[in-house]
Structures are given as structure tokens and as C-alpha cells.
Design a protein around this ligand. Structure first.
Ligand SMILES: C[S@@+](CC[C@H](N)C(=O)[O-])C[C@H]1O[C@@H](n2cnc3c(N)ncnc32)[C@H](O)[C@@H]1O
Length: 222
């Protein structure tokens, strides 16, 4: 059901045969994650905030690539990170290691992530002094939290493959866990998504997409 695939920048991704979709862009998994989530999401938020703490909620935790990149960046910038991933179908640990993102990222961070991954599916764990991770094993619509987040990484499968993730109900469910001023980023942009975000009180920005995609969406909660 899951196949390991090499993408154009040399980094690996997974192909889910049941859904008919890759976990990342075939133009480059690492390149896409850096562009969409790190630069357009995290770096944008940090550049507009004076806080030394950030909380991130990711819809579709998958391989953990966005988490690893985010952790590395926050460690480098001395920012405290609180990261929550929502994932109803957590990957097998050996498969996670076989993707070999440790070839591109800090060894220490990857080693700690791999060794604490199974526990992080059950409770919040410390990846370093300044970074905590929790993976909530649940579908988006079943997710509940007392917490509000600064940034949402919306990394669901494409709307053509999993339309239920992109409905007003699903998007509004995740957005209610965002702070005012919070940043929502996703790799795609459609007329329906722009309308939904505006309806939910967001200011919508159409910005340059990752290689292979002309545009993507960044929306700010008013
Ligand atoms: C495009 S992949 C995500 C890639 C991931 N962010 C990564 O970097 O590996 C979509 C993810 O959404 C997850 N997913 C599927 N249905 C979901 C649901 N109802 N709620 C939340 N996540 C879901 C899939 O299992 C998959 O891991």
C-alpha cells in the first residue's frame, strides 16, 4: 500500500497506492516542505512576532519531515517549539527510518525523533530542552484540544483524492484552534479554499508555490 519513491531533489517520499497520491511533491519532497511550511509558514510567522516560543499544529503528520525541519530551524534560532501532529494512520517506525531524512537533517534530532516516535503517539515528549512533540492519533474532525496554535501546517492529500479534508467543516474545525494573528499554510490554492478561508475570517494571500506548483495559500487569522 505504501511505496518508497525518490523525488527530483534526491529526497524520498511515499506513494499511497490506495489513495493514489504521494506524500510530497515529486519535484522534491524536501524542497516542497522547506518552501511551503518552513519559509512561508514558520519563518513568516517568526519574522512578524517578537515571541521566542511558537506552537505548530500539523494536519497529516505522516513522515514527520515538516516536524524535523521545524525543529532544526527553531533550535538554530533559539525558539521554543511546541509541535502537535494529527495523524490517524501513523507510519511504521522502520518505514519512517527507511525514508532516510536523517541524510539531510541534524543527526541528533533525527535519532531522538526515531527513538521517541512510538511514545509520542501516546503522550507529549521532549525532543530537546526546547522542543516538545505530540502526535494525536485521530482523524481531523475527531481532534479536540484546549490549546490554541500560532501556525497550522495543512498537509492533507489533495482535494481531488480526499475532498472531505478540504470542506468548510474540516477547515473550520482546524482553524478554531488558531490564535488571532495565526498563520495557516498549505501547498495548494483553489477558489473554494480562498472562499472558505475568507468566510472563516482570514486574510488570504496567494503566494509563489514550491517548484512544480505555481501558487500556494497563506492565510492570516484576523
Ligand atoms: C500528504 S500526506 C502528509 C505528508 C506529511 N505531512 C509528511 O510530511 O510526511 C497526508 C497525510 O494525511 C493523513 N490523513 C489522512 N486522513 C486524515 C484525516 N482524516 N485527518 C488527518 N490526517 C489524515 C495521511 O495519513 C497522511 O499522512
Amino acid at each position: 500500500m505504501l511505496e518508497l519513491v525518490k523525488t527530483a531533489d534526491g529526497s524520498n517520499t511515499l506513494f499511497n497506492r490506495d489513495v493514489g497520491e504521494h506524500y510530497h511533491s515529486c519535484h522534491g519532497a524536501l524542497q516542497e516542505s522547506r518552501h511551503v511550511f518552513l519559509k512561508a509558514g514558520l519563518e513568516y510567522w517568526l519574522s512578524h512576532s517578537s515571541s521566542s516560543q511558537v506552537s505548530v499544529l500539523e494536519v497529516g503528520f505522516g513522515t514527520g519531515l515538516n516536524f524535523l525541519l521545524t525543529t532544526e530551524h527553531c533550535m538554530d534560532k533559539n525558539v521554543e517549539l511546541n509541535y502537535t501532529g494529527i495523524e490517524p494512520y501513523p507510519l511504521d517506525l522502520q518505514l519512517l527510518k527507511n525514508i532516510e531524512y536523517d541524510n539531510y537533517l541534524l543527526q541528533d534530532v533525527c535519532t531522538t525523533f526515531y527513538s521517541s516516535y512510538i511514545v509520542s503517539l501516546e503522550k507529549k515528549i521532549l525532543i530537546s530542552d526546547h522542543c516538545e512533540l505530540e502526535i494525536i492519533v485521530s482523524k481531523l474532525l475527531d481532534f479536540q484540544s484546549q490549546q490554541l496554535f500560532d501556525i497550522v501546517y495543512f498537509d492533507a492529500f489533495a482535494s481531488a483524492r480526499q475532498p472531505e479534508m478540504w470542506t468548510v467543516e474540516s477547515i473550520s474545525h482546524v482553524c478554531k484552534y488558531m490564535r488571532p494573528g495565526g498563520v495557516f499554510v498549505t501547498y495548494a490554492i483553489t477558489g473554494d479554499l480562498k472562499r472558505t478561508m475568507k468566510l472563516l475570517g482570514f486574510t488570504v494571500h496567494k503566494i509563489q508555490g514550491a517548484p512544480g506548483k505555481r501558487e500556494m495559500l497563506r492565510a492570516i487569522k484576523n
